[in-house]
Design a protein around this ligand. Sequence first.
Ligand code: ADP
Length: 445
Amino acid sequence: MIDKILVANRGEIAVRIIRACKELDIETVAIYSTVDKDALFTQIADEAYCIGPPPSSKSYLNIPAVITVATITDCDAIHPGYGFLAENAKFAEVCEQCGLKFIGPRPELLRLMGDKVASRRAMKKAGTPIVPGSKSVVQHLKGAKRIAQVIGYPVIIKASAGGGGKGMKVVYDEEELEVAFLMARSEAELSFSSPDVYLEKFLENPKHIEVQVVADEFGNVIHLGERECSIQRSHQKIVEEAPSPVIDETTRRKMGRTAVQAAKSIGYTNVGTIEFLYSEGDFYFMEMNTRLQVEHPVTESVTGFDIVKAQIQIASGEKMTVKQKDIQTYGHSIECRLNAESPERNFMPSPGYIRKLVIPGGPGVRFDGGIYQGFSIPPTYDSLIGKLIVHDFDRIEAIQRMRRALDEMIVEGVDTNISLHKKIMNNPVFVAGNYDTGFLNKEIL
Ligand code: ADP
């Protein structure tokens, strides 16, 4: 039984988790850095404690401080949200050692999936199609050249410990390889404290489609269908929808089955996402995210399944009663990630005081946010301030609903990417539904 949870995160996702806890009648403890003192999540939690100054390394990533608060306040469990400590195997281990349930998969699964080379190997073994590429870490330029010749250019160099779209290098011919390889290694070292990189075939304009899986601690695994996440800027998602507008029922079922089988093959528990690249009718495993995703609400909208509550119930040791056949999807859902940034100034972050805020409502509109009128967005963290999510009978109606919600939304005092979202929602290629990861560069920017 879990009676009290420490939420080791901030912003909109901390708010989302606290909301789920309240509905489950679970007490909540928030932790915050000095600049987040007045943030929404600190106000709605039952208790809130300052754990350090603004730099994440001294607050949200400060494992001893997080564990100390959880222990002193008598928490049973820690929900890490996404980012920060969510995929940190060491943190999950420390939680276990301190008698705190880490709400997520076991540490060894975090470790396996956090190592992209090892995860590709594990998935291949499980019979999951993977993007052609290197079987292990590539240490030397000579090896990189050989692999690139075998898989054919263009190739993409990725950090084995990577994430967040960082440090990837696309290489179109052998001449570019040396510089890109050295740069990728040094960027990997800088961002992820490991220079290990690997190579993959770079698929031209693929689609990013991912499948949400849910697994209890008794070996029951289901999937909640797919999310289409191909609207990206610099490899980071900004609009997601469920279901994908392009895949047919046969592919959908195949993807779902593949994701469940992949999760089962590694003994996965709690919720996770299997990310695929989809190109010309085929799909390939790219990575597994061993945590709650930013875009989970579109899946919740079309299935009616509360993913955050499920995480907590599974971590409490409850057996999943829902079976695959019980999962039905209804209608269409779209999410726009709202960032405090200036599309006119190369998407420069725009922190500051929110003078006026109007959040849209009405049928089929959900806002998951961490802000309010009079709140000052600190400059220290990610620029995501909230997510606008709509749900309607079909995709065209959902797009129309999103246009209406974006028109209603007012944020004054800081710049936001609302104008960019309006352009996307009105773009004929987006409306037609057949877009790929190159969409934003080709159509909007
Ligand atoms: P991260 O973990 O850093 O988010 P991912 O491996 O999930 O990185 O990739 C992020 C995005 O980069 C993908 O959604 C896709 O747009 C692009 N990408 C990654 N690998 C490839 C590839 N092999 N070919 C084409 N695009 C790719």
